[in-house]
Design a protein around this ligand. Structure first.
Ligand SMILES: C[S@@+](CC[C@H](N)C(=O)[O-])C[C@H]1O[C@@H](n2cnc3c(N)ncnc32)[C@H](O)[C@@H]1O
Length: 271
């Protein structure tokens, strides 16, 4: 593998508050745009698989096709492997990899998928070129990323405005692009895809249970996850400001009028 890849630091890390969000993800709520493309027997690469709930859902759809799941962080692969095994999916290969320099032959996969990964990379265009390289002719590259600046909520709350502003500053300081959803088409065109089909879907959190879950995990992420460490170390926030932001999340979550929208850009790209 090339050692000349660009550097970015994964802002969220894998704290339990982060994994509570990632482990909620399913093919239905996070990859619906890809599902019509999936067929039994396809070889699928899940890039930046994290804790692997999405990987396992996709693997069930392409079985008996070979699924390979890779992530930059070795520790999270054990979680992903356990998730797959708990569902009786024993054939998935798990390995470490850097999205900027994949250690696979050209034309290795029918489906190359990355969910919420490009936004964290120093060079998403280079990663998309790698995804195109390892995708067979006739195959599909599928990417989906949130767009932080397009997130919106009600009621308005200055504490949450501060959260969004600070999150975007920290993410960029660490080499990522938090407003990735709107940029996916431009990145895919630059990466040289012949055909790019764009769509968008959103997560919406408004029920009492959803508000409690979403606000609770973001409150904890704000004070206890890698994000908190990076915000403090980079001088983007004081501990007191982070605590105030967590309080703002709890206040929003307790409001029965609360509504939160997380929009995503998504692409199906043909090599
Ligand atoms: C937001 S999580 C998404 C996980 C999973 N795809 C999902 O949606 O549940 C992003 C994942 O990308 C991984 N990641 C970050 N930078 C990476 C890189 N350069 N190469 C491969 N994986 C990377 C992180 O370790 C993390 O597990």
């Amino acid at each position: 593998m090339s050692k000349t890849h660009p550097e970015s630091r994964y802002v969220h890390g894998h704290h339990t508050s982060v994994l509570r969000s990632h482990r909620w993800r399913t093919a239905a709520n996070s990859a619906a745009y890809l599902l019509p493309e999936l067929r039994p027997g396809q070889a699928l690469l899940d890039l930046g698989c994290g804790p692997g709930t999405l990987t396992a859902d996709l693997a069930a759809r392409v079985a008996p096709g070979q699924v390979t799941a890779v992530d930059h962080a070795p520790a999270i692969l054990a979680t992903a492997r356990a998730e797959a095994e708990s569902r009786g999916l024993t054939g998935i290969r798990f390995d470490t990899a850097d999205a900027h320099a994949l250690d696979f032959e050209d034309d290795s996969f029918d489906v190359v998928h990355a969910h919420q990964v490009l936004q964290h990379l120093a060079d998403p265009v280079r990663a998309l070129r790698e995804m195109r390289r390892v995708c067979r002719p006739g195959g599909v590259v599928a990417v989906r990323d949130a767009d932080y600046a397009a997130m919106t909520w009600y009621p308005e709350h200055p504490g949450l405005d501060g959260w969004l502003d600070r999150y975007r500053r920290v993410a960029r300081a660490e080499g990522g692009e938090p407003d990735a959803g709107r940029r996916l088409v431009a990145w895919a065109r630059e990466a040289g895809f012949a055909e790019v089909t764009a769509s968008a879907t959103a997560w919406c959190f408004a029920s009492e249970a959803d508000r409690a879950w979403w606000s609770g995990l973001w409150a904890e992420r704000t004070t206890d996850s890698s994000f908190a460490d990076l915000a403090l170390a980079g001088g983007h926030a004081t501990a007191e400001e982070l605590r105030a932001t967590a309080e703002a999340w709890h206040a929003w979550g307790a409001d029965p009028d609360g509504w939160f929208l997380v929009p995503h850009g998504e692409l199906l790209c043909r090599p």
